[in-house]
Design a protein around this ligand. Structure first.
Ligand code: PBG
Length: 328
């Protein structure tokens, strides 16, 4: 019997048919907007490498979140830039720390309408810019993993006390999720969730963020704690550990260059999975669009859809506002 010709185009013929044939759905509530709040700032300060984004004041961040909610976005992740940095990053767990103050304000302003995520790391708070505290000196200097994890636990409790629904440890220290879960439970904070940056790669795509968060390391780099780009099996081991330690959501970061890792994580574990489309991914599209080399909106929607298609439930992205606006 002669086989019938394949006519895949039948379901691509009209907009309505294409909509019905769509496998992947992208909605505003899938998007999480990263926001920066800086202590002592009088006016929002534009971030050069992230056009359209600002370091916020404790006042302007409220307006920002209000207008994001109007687009259908349900969640933001906060990064703080403290007025004072020290070797331990003590402003990270200060009662009056900039993120703690922002969390309290946003919680009282928006109540349960907003899901508040607090990035949990030390790099914005230490004077050396590393994600943990240092041990040793000179050529033997390194990050003291276990001491750092104790500090992360303190930060988590202070962020949840201030109003965070979710804490998101991003320092890639071993045992960080378990230590945070224990500390939260010991404090009676059973309802606070953990979004673990489980597979975070040492990436060139974080460049603009380090300007935004004023968190570039003063010496060396982060390859001693973040993962090497070529490793995927290791990512699954990292995720498995974090799930065992109590992560509620696991994250892969960056997104676009690691779509295979997102897919593997989602398939293997089937748990809520986030992907961080990082600052360099935004800057890359923006810069090309500025030169007329790419259609900004089309490239934005295509990449976000691709990250969803790979398996991400949530996408942290600097395009959150624009994409949500477009989706309305
Ligand atoms: C800090 C942190 C980084 C990002 C999120 N949390 C930077 C880094 O590891 O140097 C990068 C996010 C982005 O580039 O958008 N631990």
């Amino acid at each position: 019997m002669a086989s019938l010709p394949h006519r895949g185009r039948r379901l691509r013929r009209t907009e309505a048919l294409r909509t019905m044939a769509a496998e992947t759905v992208l909605r505003p509530h899938h998007l999480i907007a990263p926001l920066f709040v800086k202590e002592g700032l009088r006016e929002p300060a534009p971030i050069g490498a992230l056009p359209g984004h600002f370091q916020h004041t404790l006042t302007s961040i409220v307006d920002e979140v209000g207008s994001l909610l109007d687009t259908g976005i349900r969640s933001v992740i906060l990064f703080g830039i403290p007025g004072r940095k020290d070797a331990e990053g003590s402003e990270a767990w200060a009662e009056e720390g900039v993120v703690q103050r922002a969390l309290r304000t946003l919680r009282s302003e928006f109540a349960d309408r907003i899901v508040l995520i607090a990035d949990l790391c030390l790099c914005e708070y230490t004077d050396h810019g590393h994600c943990g505290v240092l041990s040793g000196e000179g050529s033997t200097v390194g990050i003291d993993n276990d001491r750092t994890v104790e500090l992360y636990a303190k930060i988590a409790v202070s962020q949840v006390r201030a109003g965070a629904d979710i804490v998101a440890p991003s320092g890639m220290m071993d045992g960080q999720v378990g230590a945070i879960r224990r500390a939260l439970d010991d404090a009676g904070m059973y309802d606070a969730a953990i979004l673990a940056y489980a597979a975070k790669y040492a990436s060139a795509f974080y460049g603009p963020f380090r300007e935004a968060a004023e968190s570039a390391p003063r010496f060396g780099d982060r390859r001693g704690y973040q993962m090497q780009p070529g490793n995927a099996a290791e990512a699954l081991r990292e995720v498995e550990r974090d799930v065992a330690e109590g992560a509620d959501v696991v994250m892969v970061k960056p997104a676009l260059a690691y779509l295979d890792v997102i897919r593997a994580v989602k398939e293997r574990f089937g748990i809520p999975t986030a992907a961080y489309s990082v600052s360099g991914e935004y800057a890359m599209v923006q810069a090309a669009a500025d030169r007329g080399w790419l259609d900004r909106e089309a490239a934005m929607m295509e990449t976000l859809l691709a990250v969803r298609r790979a398996g991400a439930d949530w996408i942290l992205t600097y395009f959150a506002r624009d994409a949500a606006h477009r989706l309305r």
